[in-house]
Design a protein around this ligand. Structure first.
Ligand code: DPP
Ligand code: ZN
Length: 891
């Protein structure tokens, strides 16, 4: 496999202008005819024209209407090369045959549950026809589809439907025309038996847009929340960014077996679980995921589609920006603090560990083997970079930058520098070394120390930063870190900050529209000091408010300072953060006790902290749930020299158990109070009101978290309580909450209840997936055997991404059983990767990445994991996807 480098980027030798595609969809084979208007970039160019193509059978090839002779072109397994194409504008016609029935890669054109659909990002279009499959080739598309009318009554593609009619032999055809230029990765086609929920949206300039959400007929009732989300997203983009939708039709399709979601122009395609929800079966997490996903793909219409990426190294240009935009959308639709907490937790769980391991790469990578691989990488870091522009420039400065970006680049394929330049130029901003956020890998460490001078009434903060070495980048430069800061006085309020000495110069400080007296400091050097004047008493600093930069911070704050922030900070994010820092410190010190065989004792101050949060009726319920959630085991292991899954798991379980037993009454009261909300919901049987429904779901899944707490008590009474709840539950949410608790208890009743649950819900595939995931993640000893059994259960299917994700992916996320010291968990995952790679390399590569941090563990686990990676690499016919991750992990 060949590595591709950013520095080798070259402009294409040929441009494509208009593309006419014709699909004749068939059961045995599909014929794709394309007619492309081509022109050389440089006049008189004699370069060959190289087209990408994989798994295609070439039927015919014409240039300007004349069939090409054998010595005018070459075909191999990856390319079709025209050795000497005309030196002026010409028409290229290619007919190919593809076999969609055997395509299980979920790329290109394939069949899913009897329907045809496409996925072309990153490089799937080359599985449809020969093409210059790169995003900087932008063209206008017309697409004709012919198919059997009874099997495929609905035929969709991008843009506007301009013609349709019947053909002989029970067939029909449609012609779609997309007036906007686009790269081929945004092409889409869907054909099948689908029905739509219809609505309309009138844009602020009066364009009436037809909205259609397509799904199999029986699922249509579950699309209400998706439609609500779509309309909200369209309105939000107008209100916040002045961005209007640009066609008269917007389609969304829910496909049961789809990898994530895709922003194809005017024809977004989603995995069904990102579209379908009903109050009976969805939890808050599902509702929020749908809102976020629909918001995300819609937001791409401008950030990704109207302005796209020049090459796949620039993926963050559209993904980082669009993830940021969907985060903002969700924040505006619900609680900003709670959303920020979830996003930062994800960053810590997924991004930071990756950035500290062999797969570490900058926001914009320097090289890759397989372009589609970068798609599995989270874009949370890229979104953080975009957020920092906004923190530095303020809301209106950021908006000015966005406006200039669209003014300059609408209809173009551009780079991260272009985005940076628009932000800078629109604001006349001095960004010094900000671009390093794109090119340096690794999470910066920021150390902060403070001193108060009572006589001079000055307060000093010293910052020291370091970016750790990462593969291929041993030496790093200091980053530009925006630090949002507040100084709390003893009354808990912010002390106004007016001026500071920085670099020996007096700087006047303004608060830039932030809450309280928050100030944005620009930390740009390896070491740097700020001295604040007129500070009447020793303050408690609230540093990195709202998590203003994606760094790992150490400070000299005492536990007393942290408890003070937890109680008083006007920045709610930092209140939560103070609690997390305390919990992390507590967990790490207990881990060390555990390793030294000392008895574990829970700090009473911590217990009281949790108690006071549980009992604080003024706090938002979701915030309470976040605040009492301990940092995850992965997050704690990530901060250890040698990760010790046994110790971390024992300690976390110990704390949960202590809290649950000492605060049993408080937890039960809280659960009761939540259950009350749920029963209100059931009693009044609310008709669909999205806000209310979201609020209710939030409450009910919060309740799930509490019962999980209680489930850690192997107390018979709790088992009884959970069983009682399970049996008397009148809806899924309640019943599932009880099941979550029972799932963690290794007793016979567990199996019976799980079997009973399946009997009840087997008709609903979304619920069945949750049931699979729940069992896969269980901490009961020796769970790998249960998971192996489930592979043969009728509910499981290796070809279905959602089921693989739930069962195998779920198991991979269980710290106890995956990391089992007898190697059984690693062995299981190794076998699964090899099997899965034959069916779907993209899914296999997602699974193999669980091994990438093997060096973080003890020697026994290291050698067990290494053996699995070596076994995988030795497998016959390994895909590039899995090869890239497995080989980099071993390097
Ligand atoms: N571009 C796609 C998305 O944004 C990646 N699957 O969801
Ligand atoms: Zn995206």
């Amino acid at each position: 496999p060949k590595e591709i480098f950013l520095k080798d980027y070259k402009q294409p030798d040929y441009f494509f202008h208009n593309v006419y595609l014709k699909f004749t969809l068939g059961e045995e084979k599909t014929i794709v005819s394309s007619k492309i208007v081509v022109s050389p970039r440089l006049e008189g160019s004699t370069s060959p024209l190289v087209l990408d193509g994989v798994d295609l059978k070439l039927i015919s090839l014409h240039v300007n209407g004349k069939e090409l002779k054998n010595d005018d072109f070459r075909v191999d397994s990856r390319h079709l090369t025209l050795t000497s194409p005309p030196i002026e504008k010409f028409t290229l016609e290619i007919v190919t045959e593809i076999c969609t029935q055997t395509n299980t890669s979920l790329e290109g054109l394939y069949k899913s549950s009897g329907n045809f659909c496409t996925e072309c990002e990153a490089e799937g279009f080359r599985k449809i026809t020969f093409y210059q499959d790169r995003p900087d080739i932008m063209a206008k598309y017309t697409c004709r589809i012919e198919a059997d009318k009874s099997l495929y009554p609905v035929l969709l593609s991008n843009g506007n439907l301009i013609e349709q009619g019947d053909l002989e032999g029970g067939k029909h055809y449609v012609i779609w025309e997309d007036p906007h230029v686009k790269p081929c990765y945004l092409f889409a086609l869907v054909a099948g038996q689908l029905e739509s929920r219809d609505d309309t949206f009138v844009t602020r300039s009066g364009r009436k847009v037809a909205l259609r959400i397509w799904a199999p007929a029986q699922d249509l009732p579950k699309t209400a929340h998706a439609m609500y989300s779509l309309k909200a997203a369209m309105k939000w983009d107008e209100d916040v960014f002045g961005l209007e939708y640009d066609l008269d039709l917007f389609n969304i399709v829910a496909i049961p077996d789809y990898l994530g979601a895709m922003e194809n122009k005017s024809l977004n395609i989603f995995n069904s679980n990102l579209v379908l929800a009903s109050p009976e079966t969805a939890t808050d997490v599902d509702y929020a995921a749908i809102l976020g996903a629909i918001g995300h793909e819609y937001a791409h219409n401008w950030t990704g589609n109207r302005v796209t990426c020049r090459d796949w190294f620039q993926l963050s240009l559209k993904e980082g920006l669009t993830v940021f935009r969907d985060q903002e959308f969700s924040s505006d639709m619900g609680s900003r603090t709670v959303k920020r907490i979830s996003d930062v937790s994800k960053l810590r769980i997924y991004q930071f560990p990756q950035d500290a391991g062999p797969m570490a790469h900058p926001v914009r990578p320097h090289s890759y083997i397989k372009a589609s691989l970068s798609l599995i990488i989270h874009f949370l870091d890229g979104a953080e970079v975009v957020r920092m522009y906004k923190t530095l420039l303020g809301t209106s400065g950021f908006r000015k930058g966005m406006d200039l970006y669209f003014k300059r680049h609408d209809g173009q394929a551009v780079t991260c520098e272009d985005f940076f330049a628009a932000m800078r130029d629109a604001n006349g901003a001095d960004f010094s070394n900000f671009l390093l956020w794109y090119s340096q890998a690794g999470t910066p460490r920021l150390k902060v120390t403070s001193t108060y001078n009572a006589e001079a009434k000055t307060y000093s903060l010293k910052f020291k930063q370091e970016v750790p070495a990462t593969p291929g980048q041993p030496v790093k430069e200091p980053m530009f870190i925006p630090v949002a800061l507040g100084l709390l006085g003893s009354n808990g309020n912010d002390i106004p900050i007016n001026s500071a000495y920085h670099d020996g110069k007096l700087e006047i400080i303004t608060s830039n529209g932030q809450p309280g007296h928050t100030t944005i400091l620009r930390v740009t050097k390896k070491e740097e000091e700020f001295v604040f004047n007129d500070i009447p008493e020793r303050p408690v600093p609230s540093i990195l408010r709202g998590y203003s930069a994606p760094v790992r911070m150490d400070s000299d704050l005492t536990d007393a300072d942290l408890y003070f922030l937890l109680a008083n900070d006007c920045d709610e994010f930092n209140r939560w953060e103070a609690g997390q820092i305390l919990a992390r410190k507590l967990m790490l010190s207990l881990v060390s006790d555990f390793q030294q065989n000392k008895p574990l004792v829970l700090n009473q101050k911590f217990l009281h902290g949790v108690k006071s949060i549980l009992g604080d009726s003024s706090l938002d319920k979701e915030f309470i749930a976040k605040a009492i959630t301990l940092p995850g085991e992965g997050e704690i292991m990530d901060t250890m020299e040698v990760a010790d899954p046994d110790a971390v798991h024992s300690v976390r379980s110990f704390i949960l158990k202590q809290l649950a037993s000492e605060l049993k009454q408080e937890f039960i009261n809280t659960v009761r109070c939540f259950l009350l909300y749920i029963s209100i919901k059931i009693r009044y049987n609310f008709s669909f009101s999205p806000f209310l429904s979201i609020a209710m779901e939030l409450v009910s899944s919060t309740c799930e978290r509490f019962t999980a707490y209680l489930g850690t008590l192997e107390d018979e009474a709790i088992t009884e309580l959970a069983l009682h709840e399970y049996r008397t539950a009148t809806n899924l949410t309640e019943q599932f909450a009880a099941l979550v608790a029972l799932d963690q208890i290794p007793v016979k009743i567990r199996d019976e209840v799980l079997a009973d649950f399946y009997d009840k819900w087997q008709h609903d595939f979304l619920v069945v997936n949750k049931w699979l995931a729940l069992q896969a993640m269980s901490d009961v000893p020796g769970n790998v055997e249960n998971v192996r059994k489930l592979l043969n259960h009728p509910a499981f299917d290796m070809r279905n991404t959602n089921k693989v994700h739930s069962l195998i992916g779920g198991f991979r996320g269980s710290p106890v059983n995956f990391h089992s010291k007898d190697g059984s968990g690693y062995k299981f995952l190794g076998e699964m990767v090899v099997q899965l790679d034959k069916i779907n390399p993209q899914m296999a590569s997602r699974m193999v990445s669980a091994f990438s941090r093997w060096k973080r563990y003890d020697e026994t686990r290291q050698s067990l994991a290494k053996a699995q990676l070596e076994m995988i690499l030795a497998a016959n016919g390994l895909s590039e996807n899995v090869f890239e991750i497995a080989s980099k992990s071993l390097a």
